[in-house]
Design a protein around this ligand. Structure first.
Ligand code: SAH
Length: 225
């Protein structure tokens, strides 16, 4: 690594600390596991080259194929809401850049992640492997149906919006487990946290949000199964 490159990496580390302090801790995120993971994962390696200087800014960024990497605060609040621990096996829908996957992999026992866009999935897979994550499984496909072979999951995190909680997720969530998902209209939703208690789902609204739509029968398009 050249000296210049080393200097640059130190700059990114400084920006990352600022991001965690100003956008995440100051806004009330307390979970130590989430804070530690966000201090560690190099977010600038998950954005397209042309946006690298903006990687630690307080907004989502385009990642290609009409999709986005979520705003850092959104990643933090969603992961905190999951109440994730090192014992959990977690299902993630919408791998995208793989940034949220890395945060989950830092904390959870195992991560199962599904991405619909093959190009994004491929890039995310290469990145995560290069960073030596070995506790994740990535599948290209329609995640609106979940991942039955590996169910039940203690936690489910959905990073694309659906009109309501898709029934396959309800089935594949372990009893006592938590799902975090944006629910509502196509471009205006509420982030919901729901805990499964037998047949009952105790729901809690976290905050308003605007995610890209989940594709598939239980999302916003009938063109996919
Ligand atoms: N967590 C990602 C967010 C990506 S945006 C990140 O921070 O980078 C949401 C992603 O969900 C997009 O990449 C989109 O292609 C994907 N997606 C939408 N519908 C899907 C489906 N039915 N199955 C799997 N992935 C889906």
């Amino acid at each position: 690594m050249s000296f210049k490159r080393f200097e640059k990496e130190r700059d990114f580390e400084t920006l990352r600390k600022l991001m965690v302090d100003e956008q995440i801790v100051r806004r009330g995120v307390k979970d130590k596991r989430v804070i530690r993971a966000m201090l560690k994962v190099p977010r600038h390696l998950f954005v397209p080259e042309e946006f690298i200087e903006e990687a630690y800014n307080d907004y989502p960024l385009p990642i290609g194929e009409g999709q986005t990497i979520s705003q850092p605060y959104m990643v933090a609040i969603m992961t905190e809401a999951l109440e994730l621990t090192e014992k959990d096996r977690v299902l993630e829908i919408g791998t995208g850049s793989g940034y949220q996957t890395a945060i989950l992999a830092e904390i959870a026992r195992e991560v199962f992640t599904i991405e619909y866009e093959p190009k994004l999935a491929y890039k995310a897979f290469i990145r995560l492997k290069a960073m030596k994550y070995d506790n994740f499984h990535l599948k290209v496909g329609n995640g609106s149906l979940g991942w039955k072979e590996f169910a039940p999951f203690e936690k489910i995190l959905v990073t694309a919006a659906a009109p309501e909680i898709p029934p396959p997720y309800k089935e594949q969530l372990a009893d006592g487990g938590v799902i975090v998902i944006p629910v509502g209209h196509r471009f205006a939703q509420v982030l919901i946290k729901a805990r499964k208690d037998g047949e009952v789902f105790e729901k809690e609204e976290i905050l308003d949000c605007a995610f890209v739509p989940l594709r598939g029968k239980y999302g916003f398009s009938l063109n996919y199964p």
